[in-house]
Write a protein that binds this ligand. Structure first.
Ligand code: SF4
Length: 323
């Protein structure tokens, strides 16, 4: 008798929400409870379709720029961070600004300011046009130049090769960034590294577990939106590490049955801005295709939690005291 191969899912952990996303989403939810709808949010609070539509349904209004926010209203800045000029614009419009920038992005802003104050040339490795990069570069535009991957190295020019430092976006591929740095160091041997890792713990952990499961997987599914840098990188990392196919999906219904033909092992994970309920829906869908056997592969436990923005906590305290 020919045995049917066992179909299984390797479920990666850590996956899904990181501490910065959790804090940013909670910030909007608590602000809605405290001040009432509408609450304006500049840019997508985190890069996930489902999160954005859920918050919209609760009364959040997403805008691109402060100019779209009525004077005197409350505006929340997204987890990706903003340039100082955005804070200035908010003050000019008399907006009550709540800054939900992830503290790990703020850390990179501080590094940029510090090195700019010491008159360094700063090479910011990141993706052109990404909100986080625009925000970080806005801290010291005259000192920062963007290096978008290894191919961007040739175009780099600096004033003093002995006074150059590299920093990076928090959600890049660790391996590709190291390749970019290696090329930069060939060109600029005295290039300094950031005082600590700029690629955040959540990005690194999600990529690490993908590398571990990928060689065993016929197909890797990452739940995440196309504009989510860390989610896109997870698919790339998985394919580079040996997964035969990798796909990014927002929702379970996007799984194409053709991807699963002949597959016995599916790897599943989710980006740092993805709520767990979307992963649960994918598991239900995979079970319908016969992938009911789920094995969780855990590489590390994440315990980091960030407290809510000070300005919001202050108002919450005051409201609690007066009630
Ligand atoms: S992915 Fe990293 S930097 Fe971005 S919000 Fe999460 S913890 Fe912060």
């Amino acid at each position: 008798m020919i045995e049917t191969p066992r179909k299984r899912v390797l479920l990666a952990k850590p996956r899904g929400y990181c501490a910065g996303v959790d804090r940013a989403v909670q910030t909007v939810e608590e602000a809605l409870k405290l001040y009432g709808a509408p609450i304006y949010v500049r840019k997508e609070i985190v890069h996930n379709k489902h999160v954005v539509t859920t918050l919209q349904a609760k009364g959040a209004i997403f805008v691109e720029e402060n100019e779209e926010v009525p004077e005197g209203s409350t505006v929340i800045f997204s987890a990706h961070g903003v340039a100082p000029v955005v804070h200035d614009q908010a003050r000019e419009r008399n907006l009550k600004a709540i800054d939900a920038t992830c503290p790990l992005v703020t850390k990179v802003h501080h590094e940029a300011k510090r090195f700019a104050a010491e008159d360094y040339d700063i090479l910011l490795i990141g993706h052109e046009g990404h909100e986080e990069v625009i925000g970080t570069a806005g801290e010291a535009p005259e000192h920062i130049q963007l290096v978008d991957g290894p191919e961007g190295v040739d175009a780099v020019t600096v004033r003093d090769p002995s006074k150059v430092v590299w920093l990076s976006q928090t959600t890049l591929s660790v391996d590709e960034t190291m390749e970019t740095v290696a090329r930069l160091k060939e060109k600029l041997p005295l290039l300094q590294s950031p005082p600590s890792d700029d690629i955040c713990y959540a990005t690194q952990n999600r990529q690490q577990v993908m590398k571990q499961i990928a060689p065993e997987c016929d197909v890797i599914l990452v739940v995440g939106s196309r504009n989510s840098s860390n989610s896109v990188r997870m698919v790339e990392v998985a394919v580079n590490a040996g997964a035969r196919q990798g796909h990014l999906i927002d929702f379970a219904h996007e799984i194409d049955p053709a991807w699963l033909e002949g597959a016995t092992t599916v790897g599943l994970s989710s980006g740092a801005s993805v709520p767990e309920e979307l992963v649960a829906e994918v598991l239900v869908r995979l079970a319908e295709f016969g992938f009911a056997d789920v094995e969780e592969v855990v590489t590390v436990q994440e315990r980091l939690i960030f407290s809510l923005p000070q300005e919001l906590k202050r108002d919450m305290k005051a409201a609690a005291a007066s009630s």
